[in-house]
Ligand binder design. Structure first.
Ligand SMILES: Nc1ncnc2c1ncn2[C@@H]1O[C@H](COP(=O)(O)OP(=O)(O)OP(=O)(O)O)[C@@H](O)[C@H]1O
Length: 266
């Protein structure tokens, strides 16, 4: 389970969705999702293939626009037109298919789309490469990531290193929320551990996280709450320290293997 919160600290709701719905033609990928995340909280979203987990993440991060429902973030209703809008609100995302530019080095990838410039002159802008290099080093240090040569192009890095760069980028810009959709699915054991350590660091820094994962061991190790999606709907929410794998699997499959006192069925 995630580290305990400081006692007596009242936490606000940072993200709430009400009736969030996404249809692709006749496919009801997400239906009436009422979800809530407290500030500083780390939660997982689990569910079978096609349960609607990634669809949910895409609506929150502005990759797509919902068919219906409301997204309330940091006290305001949001209508993200694209991921840039979500980023500007302080929301960053890490996906399994990384949006990294293979032919660029680490600083260029970390600052992709948000390059630091000395000054702009008409159509010309002058990049402040020294500042970008320094800030990239700081971002990687903050997440405990060691990349031997930041000037190497991303194409020459391992899957784990690439994922760490993507997470460092998200962690250094996310002021209010990070979403990660299967961040370790393609990684080996050591690389997975590194990513999990970065997630623990985010918890210590108080940055809330929504983690989509099929790996229940990882989920139980990292998060406070587990939200279960089933066939496009939220099937329930369980507190990680008051439940077990059997209960979670029952909710995922919809097959009740007993009475579960700890689940809040929705
Ligand atoms: N762009 C799309 N067009 C049509 N249908 C889609 C689209 N994206 C997702 N779907 C459908 O919506 C449903 C939910 O998909 P989603 O990818 O959100 O599930 P998931 O829980 O993330 O699954 P997985 O664990 O396999 O990634 C599935 O039936 C999927 O086929």
């Amino acid at each position: 389970m995630a580290d305990a919160e400081p006692a007596g600290k009242e936490r606000k709701v940072i993200l709430r969705t009400e009736g969030l719905t996404k249809h692709y033609g006749g496919v009801h990928a997400l239906q009436d999702a009422d979800f809530e995340l407290l500030d500083g909280e780390h939660v997982a979203i689990v569910g079978d293939n096609g349960a609607g987990k990634s669809t949910f993440v895409r609506q929150i991060t502005g990759v797509e626009r919902p068919t219906a429902g409301r997204i309330l973030f940091d006290g305001r209703e949001m209508d993200f037109q694209n991921p840039v809008d979500a980023r500007e609100a302080g929301i960053e995302a890490v996906f399994q298919n990384l949006a990294l530019a293979d032919d660029l080095d680490v600083p260029s990838n970390i600052f992709l789309g948000r390059e630091e410039t000395y000054f702009n002159l008409g159509p010309f802008s002058f990049l402040n490469e020294k500042k970008m290099f320094q800030r990239s080093q700081e971002a990687l240090e903050k997440t405990g990531v060691k990349i031997p040569n930041l000037h190497n192009s991303i194409a020459n890095m391992s899957g784990g290193q690439r994922q760490c760069v993507a997470i460092s980028r998200a962690a250094s810009f996310a002021s209010k929320l990070i979403l990660m959709d299967e961040p370790t699915a393609a990684l080996g054991v050591q690389e997975t551990t590194q990513v999990e350590n970065i997630i623990r660091g985010l918890k210590k820094r108080g940055i809330p996280l929504i983690l989509v994962s099929h790996n229940l061991r990882q989920v139980f190790n990292l998060v406070d709450k587990i939200w279960v999606f089933r066939r496009g709907r939220i099937a329930g929410m369980l507190e990680a320290d008051k439940t077990d794998g059997n209960e979670v699997v029952s909710l995922i499959t919809g097959v009740q293997s007993g009475v579960h006192e700890n689940a809040s069925y929705i």
